[in-house]
Design a binder for this molecule. Sequence first.
Ligand SMILES: Cc1cc2nc3c(=O)[nH]c(=O)nc-3n(C[C@H](O)[C@H](O)[C@H](O)COP(=O)(O)OP(=O)(O)OC[C@H]3O[C@@H](n4cnc5c(N)ncnc54)[C@H](O)[C@@H]3O)c2cc1C
Length: 420
Amino acid sequence: MSTTVVEAPTVEAVTTELTSWLEENWNPDMTLAEWWGRLAADRWAHPAMPEEAGGRGYGRSLCAAISAGLAEAGVVGPPIGLGPMLAAPTIAAHGTPEQVQQFVPEILDGSTAWCQLFSEPNAGSDLAGLQTKAVRDGDEWTITGQKVWTSGGHLAKWGMLIARTDLDAPKHQGITYFAFDMEQDGVEVRPLREMTGDALFNEVFIDGAKVLDANVIGGLGNGWRVANTTLMIERANLGGGGKQPVSLSGGPRTGRLGDTVGKLAKRTVGGPDGEAGRGMSINRLIELACDAGRSADPVVRQEIVKLHILGEVNRWNLLRAKAGGSRTGAEGNLAKLAMSELVRRSRDVGNLVIGADGMLAGSASATGGGVQEVTLFSPAPAIYGGTDQVQRNIVGERVLGLPKEPGPAKETPFKDLPQN
Ligand SMILES: Cc1cc2nc3c(=O)[nH]c(=O)nc-3n(C[C@H](O)[C@H](O)[C@H](O)COP(=O)(O)OP(=O)(O)OC[C@H]3O[C@@H](n4cnc5c(N)ncnc54)[C@H](O)[C@@H]3O)c2cc1C
């Protein structure tokens, strides 16, 4: 049987196509919802998604070229947040065609936002120890339990929920993944305030809320596998870099697009959709060093270059992994580790440059407050998406073949395991 190989377009061809599309379609008098609708309809919203799920099936370098093209054109990018980043690719990988049809288009056009209902008070690093229960009742499930650190839970219409559906099965096998409606009785979302001053994440209390059996993603008892897809995508995305256009998370949006661009352009770091999670950019650090009259200081120069090198090595690693396929299976874990290191180092270089001004936040700061925001946010990337220690455990066990941590036998039923 002969197979047809479809050649991927070149970066130049895609950039040219995008430029002429933008000339015809960008109009600052539209609303954000209309703009996102156009990006999604013409498959610019999430080009990495497969074609049958509204994307173009493009690899990392073509997607990076599209993000850079949108950023350089100064337009608002497609919706960001956990919907496009995690839910859409997970549903595309494990969902039925009906589920893809139901959930993905409204993620790509930004009409609904999603959150990730994974962590619990006693199940973070040991995520498979989760205790939120789903009990079947006809063609629906009743959910009871508590989730925590739910980023954007207060804005989300849908949640990627993992819950225990079988107490007799071993802990990794009795878990099911659901698309869970956040806007229903029995769901209480309480904000948690961070040391940055923001309240981006929440506790979510679920008491007898319902989810249709039709919203099981990836099959009953297969939730651990599906959740691992979400986590691998999360790690690779958190580790990825590149030039990004300014944008916002999905959810209903009105108002003139041109005004949105202005507001977003002023915000360089922090906020739900800001850059604090990626640390200070090299360009911003150079600007700060020039403003502070420290651009000739050999230590400052050396630290900025070290940061640049680490960032480039990480970027190339990801590109190499994508181009040559995965060599170790742990590229996402390594990229995530590199990202937490990059954020910490960019915080340290920023503070080295601005010196005592780092003690003043907000409008009191003469340097704009960006370094201070990154400083307060910098512990977070080493925790979310699985802590640095957990990434190292995974690399140690799965790549280096080190022995597993001691613990109960894998086949022990969940109900017989010691619980916190
Ligand atoms: C900003 C932010 C946003 C987040 N958003 C979300 C979200 O949207 N949805 C969601 O579900 N979760 C979210 N999380 C939660 C995050 O995934 C968990 O905090 C993380 O998995 C760690 O779990 P934990 O907080 O329970 O810490 P624990 O698991 O209690 O860990 C405590 C410490 O012990 C270490 N440790 C634990 N086990 C081991 C081990 N086996 N070997 C070595 N060291 C170990 C950890 O590395 C850590 O340092 C978010 C967290 C943050 C900080």
